[in-house]
Design a protein around this ligand. Structure first.
Ligand SMILES: *Cc1c(COP(=O)(O)O)cnc(C)c1O
Length: 421
């Protein structure tokens, strides 16, 4: 890919009430809700006890707050409080679930099934297990981002102990058929772990209806604080066992030692309660805004397309390719809007997103892709401004694009023999 960038900018001014920069990257993290911050504040100072101190009121008060939060988290996913283990975030939850189950059930089998579009916290954990003798199947996805249930069935063997498939993807927002996956797993006595980070709090999740055995979630993706998360671990039908990955004082039923982050846990609990109360109206509002953004692009630009299924998708996500535009130039042209691109910046190279490549997108198209993650604190006026701005910049960039010129003239790019260089 060329490193030359066209310095195209747009002179659009934001409407009254819209403050720049605009945050449209709510799949990366979310702003902590002020009501969550308020709930947390006393636990930095007045209520500072160690929740494991059993001998005095300081400890009891902290423990009470932790147990309240445990119930709030459990309620949001249809679990019981005892099934919630607090962690430092979903990266840890994914590690704990996958490594902990793999170790505990090693005598039953050594095979794990996951899919290629998982978060790195799942993929890299599986790769690590491969080094210690486990066999891992990475299921492909179809062009719409969904796994093929028949592929899953075929991959299951009598050595399979665990299936780890996320509910919703963080780049394309595609929702997997978790209910069907859970059913298949339970029919065969295989445990089902799911990375629920992007789904919990955004769409209804019920660990019993979906037959989930372990579920990872994270505070900072649901308007709670960073550095706190949870792992749901099923206690009945079946009782799931997990071998601890951090040794110490035996906190969290021995599954995760370490003094509890009381303040963070209180925040996570409050964040879950707010999601529970507001999910329905919030998702209606965000999906209407998301659909408006998409409609504006489609009314004003050609050669654009949505990545991943629109039907099976989070209400707040849109991932679009603006073909014949260089992603980096587009991002530079909209530098007052925070979004993610289909390029994952690694140390030296611009690698196209492995999720988009798994859908079958070429490198160029993947590089021209943008993820829009709408959230609780976005407004419709922001959607209008962002849409107009991107349309303006894409049009200007395409005026400078020889490829776009050729396509408009009816030249079939796939038939051209490019000079070697
Ligand atoms: C953000 C994210 C994670 C990691 O969560 P942390 O709490 O930041 O460690 C894992 N999985 C998915 C799908 C995510 O979006």
């Amino acid at each position: 890919m060329s490193t030359a960038t066209n310095g195209v900018t747009s002179n659009l001014t934001p409407p009254a009430g819209v403050k720049l920069p605009i945050y449209f990257d709510n799949q990366a993290t979310t702003r902590t809700d002020p009501r969550v911050v308020e709930a947390m504040l006393p636990y930095f100072s007045d209520v500072f006890g160690n929740a494991a101190s059993r001998n005095h009121a300081f400890g009891w008060e902290a423990e009470e707050a932790v147990e309240k939060a445990r119930a709030q988290v459990a309620k949001l996913i249809g679990a019981t409080a005892k099934e919630i283990i607090f962690t430092s975030g979903a990266t840890e939850s994914n590690n704990l679930a996958i490594k902990g189950i793999a170790e505990m059930y090693r005598e039953r089998g050594n095979h794990i099934i996951t899919q290629v579009t998982e978060h790195k916290a799942v993929l890299d954990t599986c790769k690590r297990l491969e080094k210690s003798g486990y066999r891992v199947t990475y299921l492909p996805v179809k062009a719409d981002g969904l796994i093929d249930i028949e592929d899953l069935k075929r991959a299951m063997t009598d050595q399979t102990i665990l299936v780890s498939i996320m509910i919703a993807n963080n780049e394309i927002g595609v929702i997997q058929p978790v209910e069907e996956i859970g059913k298949l797993c339970h029919e065969r006595g295989i445990l089902f772990h799911t990375d629920g980070v992007q789904a919990v709090g955004k769409i209804p999740v019920d660990v019993n209806a979906m037959q989930i055995d372990a579920l990872s979630l994270s505070g900072h993706k649901i308007y709670g604080p960073k550095g706190v998360g949870a792992l749901y671990v099923r206690r009945r039908n079946p009782r799931v066992q997990i071998s601890e990955q951090i040794n110490g004082g035996g906190h969290e039923r021995g599954m995760r030692s370490g003094t509890l982050n009381v303040t963070g846990i209180v925040g996570l609990g409050k964040a879950c309660e707010l999601c529970q109360d507001e999910m329905e109206s919030e998702s209606r509002r965000l999906s209407a805004m998301r659909d408006k953004l998409k409609a504006k692009f489609e009314a004003n630009l050609d050669y654009i397309h949505v990545n991943g299924s629109m039907e099976h998708r989070l209400p707040n996500n849109l991932n679009m390719s603006f073909v014949y535009v260089e992603g980096e130039s587009l991002l530079m042209g909209i530098n007052d809007v925070a979004v993610s691109s289909g390029s994952a910046c690694t140390s030296a190279t611009l690698e196209p997103s492995y999720v988009l490549k798994a859908l079958g997108l070429g490198d160029d198209v993947a590089h021209s892709s943008i993820r829009f993650g709408l959230g609780r604190f976005n407004s419709e006026a922001e959607v209008d401004y962002v849409a107009d701005k991107i349309i303006d910049v894409v049009k200007k960039l395409r005026e400078l694009s020889p490829l776009y010129e050729m396509v408009k003239e009816g030249i079939d790019l796939s038939k051209i023999e490019w000079a070697a260089h």
